[in-house]
Ligand binder design. Sequence first.
Ligand code: PLP
Length: 397
Amino acid sequence: MKVSTKAESFTESVIRGMTRLATKHNAVNLAQGFPDFSCPEELKQAASRALFEDYNQYSVTWGAPVLREAIASKEKTYNKIQADPEKNVVVTCGTTEAMVASQIALLEPGDEIVIFSPHYENYAPDAVISGAKPRYFELEEENGFSIDEEKLKKTFNSKTRGLVLNTPNNPSGKVFTKKELKFLADLCCDHDVFCFTDEIYEHILYDEHEHISIGSIPSMRDRTVTISGFSKTYSVTGWRVGYTIAEEKLSDAIKKIHDFLTVGAPHPLQIACAQALALPESYYVTLRQEYQKKRDMLLSSLERIGFGCVKPFGAYYIWCDYSELDSKSDDVRFATNLVKKYGVAGVPGSSFFGKNSNKGNKKIRFTFSKKIGTLEEATLRLESAFATKVRPPATIG
Ligand SMILES: Cc1ncc(COP(=O)(O)O)c(C=O)c1O
């Protein structure tokens, strides 16, 4: 029996595959971006309360009213986007479903969707599932992952119908600036293009970097689907709750696709997510401080070991070049050896690029969304793997 051309046209997730390999080889998993520490106690209590208060049946398909109210209010204050909880908010099974449901709802077969590379690996299968064609546009790594504006203008053509944006970015740690977003907004308006913006790391920012939602630019209001979720900000990747914010007509289309795909996100966890949005400002301050400590720690360890690292401004990944440590192996071989021989898992760079690009070769991504002890153990293992290359710690004076 033959499976569909769609299913054949992409591979299983490399990121999730690396997690399975890490488990098999008892490796420290710095591959997949999920915390190995607990979510806030209040959220566990809110979730168990919701179960006992009997939120155990389907919610309204596009989200429990209390959660949509809370999301709309957060959009107004944090993202500077006005959203009516009834008309503009759709609660989904994670950011993952939000992105694919939006693309299915708004794109036609044959449409092209521009994806900046390096990119989170779901975006290409999302496009294929929706019938659209991914068109990769590589950002200039040597220039802080900047956009070559003239080149991008030429990439947009009569078939371009969508742009996928991800800020703060996985894997690069780039945080798009107001100037860049304004340029992208003008381009989307000129070409009548939708922007699907994945802002799941909106609260994970370093060194005074600021998150700006492209949907807050007035000209983008009617053509942007702002997508976010609870997985990363509240350390609940297993809860599977995300959402879309879009203009009413777009939201209506997304609601229908979402309804027939999943009916709804888990009801008790939606109720607990409404509580998450009521956490005080200090929660977000601590979140950033803790992640910044971990970023600085892993970054200095990796650099000392001999990786060439990009310092992330947001999200919780470090994008590394390993060519000083191993000039021969390609990225898949390097990452596989690292798990099997040395017990540390990362994600091979090529999985963040289109099939025809070689830009991911000699790259690996590590996450620091882990306990300090886990990062220390990974560092010890990497130091022993590359013992001859490790630089002594800098001496003072
Ligand atoms: C950029 C980005 N978007 C979406 C997701 C998945 O989000 P969710 O758990 O809400 O489906 C991830 C997970 O790593 C991610 O890095």
